[in-house]
Design a protein around this ligand. Structure first.
Ligand code: PMV
Length: 363
């Protein structure tokens, strides 16, 4: 990763804005080792419409000691999330010693309703990591190549939230050592989109909001429970096999295998939760009812559509754009009543993060 450089903060100030998307894992990361390293490899699709936009303004800090920062989310200060950001900045400080010499004003907003109950840590932590890395380039006067920049961004985003390391790439990203892919790493995700057949270039992710309230068990607790899980070894083996099968299906355009592995991973993730000690359930009755109806719809209409689940009750429907009209009609006719306040999010595969502004003032 990039070396820390010495520099003079002087009166240097500026601001940078990045928009970074969420992602949906097809092969799921579940369980960690060391410092934010995954127990198993994962592969995800980057989304387009669910993103976090973060602006970090920096100016010389007068305070000595702790990192000085302010955080607001959609115009309000957010105590709990602000603490998370503070912890993340403290970790980043080991890699970016300049952080303590500046005051950071962090303003963040999401494109999706806060109440939708969809995971925002991937987009939030990747957006912040991208901002800090851009600021580091500016104040150290050192421009990275594009490849280095996103690899570094992925490395730092991982320290904020594991799944965030996959959000910095367009379309498809793979994270975690696996003997099938030599460039793969536990420390950062790699861009995988050039290894994917055009059949998967326009996938949709329609997110059905079943429940938006807080989860009874957090992802961090779920990850931790994997360390003494009775099926730990089998899960690592299964995820590696699913990565092998999925990367092959993605390469050759095999939609049937893609759908089978996608659903196997969703079922397995939630089975691991139930068989943890203690076990827990994040699905809701309507999650299962939607899956049952999806199976009937697929049998009746032969539509290329499958589902996946994150660590929560909401159902992600994954299907090629060509099926969209049929799927939206089915959702409207049969599914919306099973969603909380008839809420759903129309998302799709996306092009990765985007820098919106970068301003530097030297007074
Ligand atoms: O990045 P975290 O710690 O929020 O964990 C994410 C875990 C899953 O969303 C369930 C799976 C994944 O790979 O994104």
């Amino acid at each position: 990763m990039i070396e820390a450089e010495t520099h003079k903060p002087g009166k240097l100030q500026g601001k940078v804005t990045w928009r970074s998307p969420s992602n949906i894992a097809i092969v799921k990361y579940w369980g960690k080792k060391g410092h934010q390293l995954p127990l198993n490899p994962s592969l995800s699709m980057t989304l387009s419409r669910s993103f976090t936009q973060t602006t970090v303004s920096y100016s010389p800090s007068s305070s000595k000691g702790d990192i000085s920062f302010g955080f607001s989310f959609e115009g309000n200060s957010q105590g709990e999330f602000s603490e998370k950001i503070g912890r993340f900045l403290n970790v980043l400080n080991e890699h970016f010693p300049f952080l303590k010499e500046f005051h950071l004003d962090i303003e963040s907003s999401n494109s999706f309703p806060h109440s939708a109950g969809i995971a925002s840590s991937a987009s939030a932590m990747s957006a912040l990591a991208l901002c800090i890395l851009s600021i580091s380039e500016t104040i150290n006067n050192k421009k990275l190549t594009e490849e280095e920049f996103f690899r570094n961004a992925s490395f730092y985003a991982r320290l904020g939230s594991g799944s965030a390391c996959r959000s910095v790439y367009p379309k498809w990203a793979l994270w975690g050592d696996t003997h099938h892919i030599k460039e793969a790493s536990d420390k950062y995700a790699i861009d995988f989109h050039d290894k994917v057949h055009p059949a998967f270039h326009n996938l949709q992710d329609t997110i059905l909001i079943v429940h938006s309230g807080p989860k009874p068990v957090s992802s961090s607790t779920g990850h931790e429970l994997m360390n003494k899980h009775p099926f730990l070894e089998q899960r690592i083996e299964q995820a590696n096999q699913n990565i092998q099968g999925l990367t092959k299906a993605l390469k050759v355009g095999n939609m049937k295998t893609f759908m089978e592995i996608t659903e196997n991973e969703a079922y397995s993730l939630h089975a691991l939760m139930k068989s943890s000690e203690p076990g827990f359930i994040l699905t809701r009755p309507n999650t299962l009812e939607i899956i049952r109806k999806l199976q009937l719809f697929r049998e009746k209409t032969d539509t290329n559509i499958c589902f996946t689940l994150d660590a929560g009750p909401n159902v992600h429907l994954i299907y090629p754009f060509e099926e969209k009209q049929k799927v939206i009609k089915w959702i409207t006719d049969e599914i919306l009543d099973l969603c909380e306040n008839r809420q759903w999010i129309d998302d799709a595969i996306g092009d990765g993060p985007k820098m919106l502004t970068q301003i530097r003032y030297d007074n």
